[in-house]
Design a binder for this molecule. Structure first.
Ligand SMILES: Cc1cc2nc3c(=O)[nH]c(=O)nc-3n(C[C@H](O)[C@H](O)[C@H](O)COP(=O)(O)O)c2cc1C
Length: 410
């Protein structure tokens, strides 16, 4: 069973990751991984930390001569910022009383984390709960994507709106999305909230996303959104947004209907919800399906001349009964605003004295939605890889390829 573990603090020496049960014989493209790490660091609205770091993967084991060996893969991602925190993050030096934090930030792990572990310095919680950990997850996802690319499975993600700014424009643009899909021969219904109608693999849309500092598919929304982010920054506030991701080329039958924890949609929901600040996960039409009639919601099945099956709609988001159905898998999720604010808006208390305080200020992102979209894509890659290996699993690439080809020939 494919699994991974991460360790490391935000301002510690770095992040260590172990991937277990990854097959042998997969050619690793280090540039692809580093490119994804760079994308996670980018995006309009990130804090000063990203100017310090240039994340790069350093393999410690499991890869030799460019190919995976079948042994556990381990890798290190250095925190350059550690140099500025050496004193405060030292494993042996005691922490001076005056540098300890006792005022939890609402919306962060500080409150429950310090009570749960009996810690008298909230830094011990925030260092690990920080989204710095997502660098590890992006590298894991990139390794999974490299493997899945060999089977024609591709991933894409985008930011649909930030702080609600893009929403109404995205709704207008969804019409374009529908036209686009119609031009390709599909007949999508006219659900006004059908964000997932956007085809992230469309040439124009994917170029827009690549060229956008906010990873938005519609460039006309971007400028307005940047103005809004600047306003939030000036006000010392933060902002969240909506992210969508799609996966194409997934064969029918990944996941299973037979047990609750074997379901692909359940695994995806856990992967995506586990990302810091993600507060909802929808598959396909998601919440909108509650407003549709059965006759509008479900995706009729057709057979093409060549014997393949296809749908004209994809409200199921590529998953039925906990299994991939061969259509594009689409996931939309909401990210809440960053909990660390640069102005003292939020009330909190000193956990030692119970005195009322304002939440403490720490260098932080104003908006990390574009970065989070890369994390979403990466965690999805892990979920798909997990089920792909469960279905076609073997110890080495050649064996998996044989199993896959045999299944696809049926
Ligand atoms: C890419 C990314 C960057 C983030 N950057 C920050 C940040 O700079 N400051 C902050 O307070 N929270 C940041 N967060 C969110 C917190 O890590 C998150 O809200 C916190 O761990 C509590 O978890 P929860 O929101 O899932 O409850 C970021 C999240 C992501 C995905």
């Amino acid at each position: 069973m494919l699994r991974f573990l991460t360790a490391g603090e935000s301002h510690g020496k770095g992040l260590v990751t172990i991937i277990d049960n990854f097959p042998a014989g997969v050619k690793i493209d280090e540039d692809f991984i580093n490119e994804k790490l760079k994308l996670r660091q980018s995006g309009y609205g990130r804090g000063a930390r990203q100017k310090i770091e240039t994340d790069k993967i350093e393999f410690l084991s499991g890869v030799r001569g460019e190919f995976t060996t079948g042994s556990p893969i381990s890798f290190f991602i250095k925190n350059k910022d550690y140099e500025n925190w050496r004193d405060r993050m030292d494993p042996y030096k005691s922490v001076p009383e005056e540098s300890k934090i006792h005022t939890p930030r609402p919306g962060h792990a500080d409150f429950a984390g310090s009570i749960k572990f009996g810690l008298d310095d909230i830094r011990n919680v925030l260092e690990r709960s920080s989204a710095r950990e997502t660098a590890s997850r992006v590298a894991v996802g990139a390794i999974c994507q490299i493997f899945l690319k060999n089977f024609g499975i591709e991933f894409a993600s985008a930011v649909l709106s930030i702080g609600g700014v893009g929403v109404e424009a995205a709704e207008k643009n969804k019409l374009k999305g529908q036209e686009l899909n119609r031009a390709k021969g599909s007949e999508f219904n006219s659900d006004p909230f059908a964000f997932n109608l956007i085809d992230l693999f469309d040439e124009v849309i994917s170029r827009n996303i690549k060229n956008s500092e906010l990873r938005m598919p519609y460039l006309e929304i971007e400028e307005r959104t940047k103005v809004y982010i600047d306003k939030m920054k000036a006000e010392g506030d933060t902002v969240g947004g909506l992210i969508t991701a799609q996966i194409k080329g997934v064969p029918v039958g990944l996941g299973s209907f037979t047990q609750w924890d074997e379901k692909l949609d359940a695994h995806i929901a856990m992967s995506v919800m586990s990302i810091q600040a993600i507060k909802s996960v929808e598959i396909g039409a998601g919440v909108k399906s509650a407003y549709l009639k059965g006759s509008e919601c479900h995706d009729s099945i057709y057979c093409s001349g060549s014997g393949g099956f296809y749908r004209k709609t994809d409200n199921a988001g590529g998953i039925e009964g906990g299994m991939s159905n061969g259509e594009i898998i689409s996931v939309t999720c909401a990210m809440k605003p960053i909990p660390t604010l640069m102005k003292p808006y939020l009330d909190t208390v000193d956990l030692n004295t119970c005195k009322a305080k304002k939440a403490f200020l720490e260098r932080s992102d104003v908006c990390a939605v574009p970065a989070a979209s890369i994390v979403v894509e990466s965690t999805l890659a892990f979920s798909i890889c997990y089920f792909f290996l469960k279905k076609f699993g073997g110890d080495c690439f050649a064996e998996i390829k044989r199993n896959y080809d045999g299944y696809c020939k049926k």
